[in-house]
Design a protein around this ligand. Structure first.
Ligand SMILES: *Cc1c(COP(=O)(O)O)cnc(C)c1O
Length: 376
């Protein structure tokens, strides 16, 4: 292996986009027709195709997944003094979007097997100020949404799914993006499908969709050009982004099947590592899309998770730690109104293995061999 004359094997990255459909053709059409800004045929077509894919009436394209969350909360009327329940174990954008509104994120703990918020812990966090719940479908596995919706309806609270990591995931056969009052997606380069940077808000509520469009486009009245009834934002997606998105969506089943294949190979090949790590748990109700194949390392190992990641890196394999919980990050430190022990536990020993549609079986073999060598 360390023979200096043998070439180093290529690095395996944790995520990588696959652009093997009409992406190039559609982008060239934007350039050839000069429709490169936020008007053009691809925006409406991508929105319509994405709405149909999720089984909802409306999809509003935006410039990234974080603005999608902010826009959703603004359109729902979330503002200063309000509280929004957000899992502590998530990407920071979920909590930041709440902060942008002047509202307060209230952190909830997660199920240690799925990393998703634990609905049993929801009711205790609801106060007279709670305006919304933001279930995040962490790493591509849907949240147990029925109890979340039941509690939200009973208290008159809105539900915004953060489905940034879960394009195509299903809950009891229903698409993520169609389960809450609205849902948001990200099309960053490492997500299930990508537009480079981009995002989407989906909803069945026509009035909400109108407000989303109003606030997305600087607040301009659709019936009166250059008249602005509200302070809006410029959160528009470009035609070039939508061109790439439409091409990606045309091949979404292929992207999802490739990811399922990667997860199946990991499941089969990691078995020989015994209880040195725990493979992902998939709920009976879930169709998991494996944005990230996430393992938890045994506490019997002599090495820390961070040392394991360093050792894998030295072998040319990139991994990522499970999210640092919000309540340990400087902006949200001390915001844990209740203990969040499962978030702490998962963050200490959880690790994302390389997961993308371009991985080969030989790549997986290399990763599993490296884990076998490193996990002592
Ligand atoms: C990626 C992600 C976002 C933000 O999306 P961007 O497109 O990067 O702004 C929000 N929430 C979660 C859970 C994410 O994984």
């Amino acid at each position: 292996m360390n023979n200096p004359t043998s070439p180093k094997p290529p690095r395996i990255s944790v995520a990588a986009p696959v652009l093997d459909g009409n992406e190039r053709k559609y982008v060239l059409e934007c350039i050839d027709t000069t429709w490169i800004s936020s008007l053009g045929r691809f925006i409406g077509e991508f929105e319509a195709a994405f709405a149909a894919y999720c089984g909802v009436k409306h999809a509003v394209a935006v410039n990234n997944g974080t603005t999608a969350l902010h826009l959703a909360l603004v359109a729902l009327g979330i503002g200063p003094g309000d509280e929004v329940i957000v899992p502590s174990l998530t990407y920071i954008a979920s909590a930041n979007a709440v902060t942008y509104c002047g509202a307060t994120p209230v952190l909830i703990d997660n199920d240690p097997r799925t990393f998703n918020l634990d609905p049993a812990k929801l009711e205790a966090l609801i106060t007279s100020r709670t305006k919304a719940i933001m279930p995040v479908h962490v790493y591509g596995q849907p949240v147990d949404m029925d109890p979340v919706m039941e509690i939200a309806r009973r208290h008159g609270i809105k539900v915004v799914e953060d489905a940034a990591e879960a394009v195509g995931a299903k809950y009891k056969g229903r698409m993520t993006g169609s389960l809450g009052d609205c849902a948001t997606f990200s099309f960053f380069g490492n997500k299930i499908i990508t537009t480079g940077e981009g995002g989407m808000v989906t909803t069945d509520d026509g009035e909400l969709a109108e407000r989303l469009r109003l606030y997305r486009g600087q607040g301009m009245d659709p019936a009166r050009r250059y008249w602005f009834p509200v302070v809006g934002y410029n959160y528009r997606m470009t035609n070039i982004q939508a061109a790439i998105g439409l091409a990606q969506l045309e091949r979404v089943e292929h992207h999802l099947a490739a990811r399922r294949g990667v997860a199946d190979l990991y499941n089969a090949k990691l078995a020989r590592l015994g209880n040195r790590l725990t493979i992902p748990h998939v709920e009976d109700f879930a169709e998991h899309v494996f944005w990230m194949y996430t393992v938890r390392l045994s506490d019997k190992l002599s090495k820390s998770r961070d040392q394991v990641m360093k050792d894998l890196d030295a072998l040319g394999i990139e991994t990522r730690p499970v999210f640092y919980p919000m309540h340990v990050l400087p902006p949200y430190e001390g915001l844990d109104s209740v203990p969040l022990p499962m978030a702490d536990e998962c963050a200490a020993d959880g690790m994302n293995l390389p997961t993308h549609a371009g991985l080969t079986e030989a790549d997986i073999d290399r990763i599993v061999d490296a884990l076998d060598q490193v996990l002592v």
